[in-house]
Design a protein around this ligand. Structure first.
Ligand SMILES: [Zn+2]
Length: 482
């Protein structure tokens, strides 16, 4: 029996526009007093009229273009009818028949996942469950109601939980490059619903297990665990019941992060259940070819293109190129540090400092990168000093962080701290003689085992307060101990 998982992902991304999708209320809803960003339109009061947010529509198209999608010549909004307490209107405005963009793709390693569509819709409010005097209450906050949401639907080309994770990370990276959303999965500005079923091949027969959509997965690890759980559950269910997929329906399962398992929420639900119909209060929306090209121009160089360019122009390896481009601001800062027409030795040197010093510092301090603190001349000075062996690469990392924090020239910092490497043989020889006379035991050890010279080098480095050129120190010690 051969089992192949068939996984598709629906990703919802909250756009960070100033106002909501169909009204002028602020779209900000984190750390805001409940129900303060609302109006008759987003509360769904009778007679209120929706006016689409132009920026949100353009950003949806921008994302689509970045994913290689084709814009539809004309799109329109439709009402998706269902009841939920945090959906005040009793329907959600979305795009069903004519989404803004269709048929794109995303590259995951050497595989490709096709994008079926990306469409524009509005977010719902939030239900808040509380306990008051022992009584369980549900409160509703409509601040999020009507916040612009783009839904990106993939084709079921994903074959493992790991690939699903890679897809989400790549999607998140592209969205952040475009600057249209924080795409923060933990905060809920990027949400994901995997659909999973299995292709089972058994003695020339092929079966497909019932399609399951998994809701409420709120973390990247959750997505992976939920998919793996569902693959296992469906395999076992098929072995026991032999149930196969029906033509149009899918079952909806929830994800219980505490129990690490999925559970059935709704059975056999199809799109007809939502009675989609065109929103009568919003005309069709058409973008001209010129307008689409204007939007295309706002797309920055994307990660894949950057990686290729870094490898080609700066002779960086895959690992470095990937790390430097993981975040658009980080790569901008790196390019700023390189200045005009850098040669590949300088590019590699600077890459090491960005990865080994600046990134590590930012991770440890949880600070955001401040591009204003990057000075190309400082990196050039440091490079020259290291090339002339005046500064060791260890010291270079240390002063890079200090230079980033203080805005001072790293070479000046090294000088003021006495960290300029001593490459003066006479000076080092003086220190070496002292070290040898004070460590007779270690000298004896060295005569028996030359590999133990590290100890004496260490002592010498200590005596020089880290400023001796270690290679020279080693050579001089060996010469004196002959
Ligand atoms: Zn409103």
């Amino acid at each position: 029996m051969k089992i192949t998982p068939i996984i598709g992902l629906e990703v919802h991304v909250e756009l960070k526009t100033k106002s909501k999708m169909f009204c002028s209320c602020s779209a900000e809803h984190f750390h805001v007093d409940p129900n303060t960003h609302t109006c008759p339109t987003c509360l769904g009061l009778p007679g209120a009229l929706p006016v689409p947010n132009k920026t949100a529509c353009e950003w949806c198209i921008k994302l689509g273009l970045a994913l290689g999608c084709t814009p539809n010549e004309s799109s329109f909004f439709e009402r998706k009818n269902y009841f939920y307490p945090d959906l005040a209107k009793g329907y959600q405005l979305t795009q069903y028949e004519k989404p803004f963009v269709i048929n794109g793709k995303i590259k995951i390693g050497d595989q490709e996942v096709r994008i079926n569509r990306a469409h524009m819709e509005e977010d719902t409010g939030k239900s808040v469950h509380i306990k008051d005097n022992g009584q369980e209450l549900t409160l509703i906050d409509y601040n999020r109601c009507g916040v612009p949401l783009v839904e990106i639907v993939s084709e079921p080309d994903i074959t493992s939980a790991q690939m699903a994770k890679d897809y989400l990370l790549k999607m998140q990276q592209i969205i952040r490059y475009l600057g249209i959303s924080d795409a923060d999965i933990e905060k809920g500005s990027m949400r994901c619903e995997p659909t999973v079923n299995l292709k089972i091949e058994d003695n020339d027969q092929v079966f497909y297990t019932p399609l399951v959509e998994i809701k409420n997965v709120a973390s990247l690890t959750g997505v992976q665990t939920a998919i793996d759980f569902e693959i296992h559950r469906q395999t076992e269910a098929f072995k026991q019941t032999g149930e196969v997929k029906s033509k149009t329906n899918k079952n909806t399962f929830g994800w219980d992060a505490d129990k690490n398992q999925t559970f059935l929420q709704r059975e056999k639900e199809g799109s007809s259940d939502y009675r989609y119909f065109p929103e009568p209060d919003i005309p069709h929306i058409e973008f001209t070819k010129e307008e689409i090209e204007e939007i295309r121009k706002t797309i920055p160089e994307l990660p894949d293109g950057k990686i290729t360019r870094y490898k080609k122009d700066f002779s960086l390896n895959d690992y470095d190129a990937n790390l430097l481009t993981s975040d658009i601001d980080f790569s901008k800062a790196y390019e700023l540090a390189l200045g005009q027409n850098p040669d590949s030795t300088f590019a590699k040197f600077t890459a090491n400092l960005f990865i080994g010093a600046i990134k590590t510092h930012l991770n440890e301090s949880q600070e955001n990168l401040n591009i204003d603190k990057i000075n190309s001349i400082f990196f050039k000075n440091l490079f020259d000093a290291v090339s002339k062996s005046e500064i060791s690469s260890t010291v270079a990392k240390q002063v890079t962080i200090e230079s980033y924090q203080t805005g001072k020239d790293p070479v000046e910092i090294a000088k003021s701290k006495g960290l300029i490497q001593v490459s003066d043989s006479a000076e080092i020889e003086k220190l070496a003689i002292g070290v040898i006379s004070q460590n007779s035991k270690a000298v004896e050890d060295y005569k028996k085992n030359p590999a133990s010279i590290g100890f004496l080098i260490g002592k010498l480095m200590q005596a020089s307060k880290g400023s001796a050129n270690p290679q020279l120190a080693k050579e001089i010690l060996e010469k004196l101990l002959k």
